[in-house]
Design a protein around this ligand. Sequence first.
Ligand SMILES: Cc1ncc(COP(=O)(O)O)c(C=O)c1O
Length: 389
Amino acid sequence: MNNINSAATTSRLLKNYARYEIDFSHGEGVFLYDRDGNKYLDFLCGIAVTSFGHNHPVIKAAVKEQIDKLWHLSNLFYSHLQEELAFKLASQTGHDFVFFSNSGTEANEAAIKFTRKWGDGRYGIISTQKSFHGRTMGAVSASGQEKLWKGFYPLLEGFNYVPFNDLAAMKAAVNENTAAIIIEPIQGEGGVAVATDEYLNGLRELCDEHNILLIFDEIQCGMGRTGKLYAHQWAGVVPDILSSAKGIANGLPLGATFCNKPVGEVITPGSHGTTFGGNPVALASALAVVDLLTPEMLAKISNDGIYLMDLLKNLNSEYIAEIRGKGLMIGVEFVKAINPKDVLKKLMERKILSTVAGDTVLRILPPFIAEKEHFDFYAENLDAVLKEF
Ligand SMILES: Cc1ncc(COP(=O)(O)O)c(C=O)c1O
């Protein structure tokens, strides 16, 4: 038996999360197991992190091998693992440089600092409403959600927020202080909103016209989640700065900030750094992840996304207002009468995990190794749950 109930009164953990009362002990493939032996289908993946599921044999072997060799190295030294991962990723995205950190927030914090250094006095960054870029003061300031700011004012100077997917609003917001535009090609926390190809192309043109940096935050939608290594690749647009994390090392802490030459060249020794960033064990895991993201795997993700999306569309529920997403990043928007948190709770009672996004959206983030039977099981149970309302 687990001891969640007794821990509730003695817990010394900060109350910054409303935690579910499930205590997991281990995971295998697409399933998580709690300490009472219950088995859960994991269509949450640590919020788009454990994309290759739990206890993946190839990733585990790479991590174990690295732990036996070396598990920390100061960034004062050459790192063949960092070099190899930077080369493998950047040669697929078209960037010149990569900086490794430990998290998505840090990857974006680096993006903000790089922008300021490159901007040489210009420091304005235009972001979008409902965006989420992380929890440090820079990343919170970049995020277009008031609920993240409350209690933490003053924010970092220079940010403003325009509606997502609205090129005219972005154009109107540019001024002589603007140094960058930051967007998520698919807003995750904001409700699984997909940027159109026209929007991404329009932003690229706008940035080129005004000598502004284009920053794509692909912390949630990147690393294969949409069926391309990075979601923006569907639109054929290359950002000046790209931030990545979450699924990059399948659960070990790693963040990455990619940039092109003009940005990278202003970052000189001492201008930015990290003690733990680019950790050898996380890198070994990430190298295994990158090797697993073969063209066949990316095609599977894309096809599975279409399969699951079709299943969900066929539910024909009166409570579903819209289904959107790309690949295995899917959002089900409910009509106002239904709170997605209630749907989530009912799914959890059926031993199925996913999460919410915004106030009205159920967010489904299955692992890439899921098979048709798992998608069928998810859709059947969502159908049954919706019929209970
Ligand atoms: C788009 C996006 N950016 C940044 C972050 C922050 O990443 P982390 O929690 O690793 O700091 C997240 C996390 O949810 C995210 O979804």
